[in-house]
Design a protein around this ligand. Structure first.
Ligand code: G3H
Ligand code: 13P
Ligand code: ZN
Length: 316
């Protein structure tokens, strides 16, 4: 059952966060549904612009619609990740996406507001909800002076003004994370102080944390041992998700970790089976391993075990 992210956030706010997982292909789709049902969790499927053009946007749509039939107990939102304005309109008009992200965070404050507001108006007219981003993810290093690093983090006063002027449904905030497998050069963690200030100004309003892969060191070591070269890869401490959820983070974006599972499974498999050229044995291992990974993440996010409560609230 496809629901909006807003419906999922209403049940989660202040208690747990919903995992938002990016997918590109069939194996990720199967592993994602299995892992969420195994752990009885509601979830968000994220589709990036790159994922839409990897094969054809209708291929992903067809796959997810089929998955909905294969897994009738699943409750999930379908969300455009990091959309530009035109892609948002395409998704809004598709009748398939229940949620879009407009990412104009690279623009100045006023332009970000103007673009976000246009997308919000178009989306709300069709019952679709919108996430937007304020602040700049990435590049926040522990050796950078506080003033400089804070300049990239979301400004709490601006966050309040942004939400009020745009009517957006959730806000992605920069609180020290970055995309990809190389997040922190040292021991820096999340900026809970910034999150607390944002929550004070926007009580009850759903916040989103991008760049939330934890880049498990065991995964990195196995990849490197099997011929990979990911030196110095480092991610978010997944034990910090629970505290972030209490402070209003209702959506946690995870993509890189899934790619690491894919890389580890395929590298190890072909190293151990050099004679193999069949794609199905390794595909099956990946689906199982990805499902296990998703179930584990949902435990850390607190969404594991929430499916029946969500079902009762969305009325299915
Ligand atoms: O934040 C970006 C996501 O990890 C999606 O990555 O644009 O390569 O599909 P992508
Ligand atoms: P990671 O690169 O940490 O997985 O972040 C993914 C993300 O934010 C997708 O929007
Ligand atoms: Zn992101």
């Amino acid at each position: 059952m496809i629901v909006t992210t807003k419906q999922l956030f209403e049940t989660a706010y202040g208690k747990y966060a919903i995992g938002a997982y990016n997918i590109n292909n069939l194996e990720q789709c199967m592993g994602l549904f299995r892992g969420n049902l195994d752990s009885k969790a509601p979830f968000i499927i994220q589709i990036s612009k790159g994922a839409r053009s990897y094969t054809h946007k209708l291929m992903l749509e067809g796959m997810i619609r089929s998955a909905e039939q294969v897994f009738p107990d699943a409750i999930f939102a379908v969300h455009l990740d990091h959309g530009d304005e035109q892609t948002c309109y395409d998704c809004i008009n598709s009748g398939f996406y229940s949620s879009v992200m407009i990412d104009a965070s690279h623009e100045n404050f006023e332009t970000n507001i103007a673009i976000t507001k246009r997308v919000v108006d178009a989306a709300h007219a069709k019952g679709i909800v919108v996430e937007s981003e304020l602040g700049q993810l990435g590049g926040v290093e522990e050796h950078v002076k506080v003033d400089e690093s804070n300049a990239k983090l979301t400004n709490p006063d601006q966050a309040k003004e942004f939400v009020e002027r745009t009517g957006v449904d959730s806000l992605a905030c920069a609180i020290g994370t970055s995309h990809g497998a190389f997040k922190f050069s040292g021991s820096q963690g999340l900026h809970f102080d910034v999150l607390e200030e944002i929550q004070k100004r926007l009580p009850g309003f759903p916040l989103v944390m991008h760049g939330s892969s934890s880049v498990p060191q065991e995964e990195v070591e196995r990849i490197n041992k099997a011929g990979g070269s990911l030196k110095g890869a480092k991610g978010v401490n997944e034990d910090e998700f629970a505290r972030a959820a209490i402070l209003g983070v209702t959506k946690v974006n995870i993509d890189t970790d899934g790619r690491l599972v894919w890389t580890r499974v395929h590298r190890e498999h072909f190293l151990e089976h050099p004679e193999n050229f069949d794609l199905r044995p390794v595909g099956k291992i990946f689906m199982t391993e990805y499902a296990k990974f998703i179930a584990h993440k949902n435990v850390k996010l607190g969404s594991a075990g929430q499916l029946d409560a969500v079902r009762a609230l969305v009325g299915k």
